[in-house]
Design a protein around this ligand. Structure first.
Ligand code: RM4
Ligand code: MN
Ligand code: MN
Length: 386
């Protein structure tokens, strides 16, 4: 691929960052407040906007309701616009209330299910008001003990709840269905895998699509194969990028396994563009900073994407078709081993962006300014993560 074409493809790569990645969050054991971390939705949007200014490729910020709930959602989208970003996916929260102890849409109690449905309807309203067309749903529903509830009835409740929600979508809206095989329910989760998510999306219709969170699989899962399968079935809606070592660690994208990220990108770059696939980050920074960690993730996604574009597809296909196993593998690895830093530097130069956005953040006085304005947010003001 010519350099110009590579740069054009990089130009079109857009990454959405999450509002919840900018505030204080912790492990199950403690929240370590970060100096100058965002305390309010306004501050979270301001931080997302800064990431966009420094990287040029993060024009949207995902929000979480109720963490980012405001009186006037239209006003929120205006605020975002004045900062130079848009509101992206609206993420409902069906796990942060006492009523949801036994689940939300799958809860045996009809009143709780109705409450969950009302929340989903509210999130669709918020999306309408902020001009977003993505509802991104993850459920914490499941059971912790065998026999606790009837697995088939729970699935029926899930289908019914999602059908009711789907019917409320405007035609241009997409419902992203996120799966996770473990946590917080230890025996069964109601949406455990991509297969269940795909079955549900098939039942719901073309506006429902599967969201792949890279931290939500059993160890060793071949995620790129899931991506290939969903692409082939036209069911892939988007990603929550992060990285993990053991569980849903929500670490900086590409920090543990950059080769896995590259392999996912290879599947994504088969087609000519990423139309209709939301590339979102879902991270939680517990011991590191927030904004520079987000920028680092963005850079890692760009690097993996650029490397994937460098795969010599013709040579790869030839090797595959002639049974040249090692030749095919070497073709892939050759692209992975290419140093794309000069290419990314050219891309940023062309855009008038800093050559190294992490350093630009660290040396630009942004952290100091935030500490002066916001102080060290107290743990109490840190919004609670599920
Ligand atoms: C889940 C999942 C969701 C996120 C919640 C807080 O594990 O990744 O996307 O909204 O955590
Ligand atoms: Mn996620
Ligand atoms: Mn997660």
């Amino acid at each position: 691929m010519s350099d110009d074409r590579l740069l054009d493809r990089l130009d079109r790569l857009e990454i959405e960052t999450p509002s919840w990645g900018y505030g204080n969050s912790g492990t199950r054991f403690h929240v370590y407040p970060w100096p100058g971390a965002a305390r309010t939705v306004e501050e979270r949007i301001a931080d997302a906007a800064l990431v966009h200014r420094l990287t040029g490729c993060c024009p949207r910020v995902a929000i979480h309701i109720p963490w980012d709930r405001v009186e006037d959602s239209v006003e929120l989208s205006r605020l975002a616009a004045s900062e130079g970003v848009e509101i992206g996916a609206v993420n409902p929260n069906l796990f942060g209330e006492d009523d949801y102890r036994l689940g939300s849409l799958c809860n045996p109690d009809e009143a709780v299910r109705a409450k969950a449905l009302r929340h989903l309807a509210e999130c669709i309203e918020v999306a309408r008001a902020v001009g977003s067309d993505v509802i991104s749903l993850w459920l914490a529903d499941g059971t912790s003990y065998a026999g606790q509830d009837d697995l088939r009835r729970r699935y029926d409740r899930l289908v019914a709840g999602l059908e009711e929600t789907y019917a409320l979508l405007d035609p241009e809206m997409t419902l992203l269905v996120e799966y996770k095989f473990f946590e917080p329910a230890f025996y069964s989760t109601d949406l455990p895998d991509w297969g269940t998510a795909a079955l549900l999306c098939r039942r719901l219709g073309a506006q429902a699509r599967v969201l792949v969170d890279t931290g939500h699989h059993p160890q060793g899962t071949n995620i790129e194969q899931i991506v290939a399968r969903l692409l082939g079935e036209d069911l892939l809606g988007g990603f929550h990028f992060n990285n993990r070592k053991y569980a849903d660690d929500d670490l900086i994208v590409g920090s543990v396994d950059p080769f896995e990220l590259f392999r996912i990108m290879v599947e994504l770059t088969h087609g000519d563009d990423l139309d209709g696939i939301a590339l979102m980050i879902d991270q939680s920074h517990n011991v590191e900073g927030k904004i520079d960690a987000m920028i680092q993730s963005v850079g890692n996604i760009q690097a993996a994407y650029a490397k994937a574009l460098l795969v010599d597809q013709q040579r790869l296909t030839e090797a595959q078709l002639t049974g040249d196993v090692l030749g095919a593998h070497r073709t892939l690895v050759e692209a992975y081993e290419t140093d794309v830093r000069p290419l990314l530097a050219r891309y940023r130069e062309r855009q008038g962006l800093p050559a190294d956005p992490v350093t630009a953040f660290r040396e630009g006085g942004h952290a100091e300014q935030r500490i002066a304005e916001r102080g060290i947010a107290s743990v109490e003001s840190a919004y609670e993560q599920g």
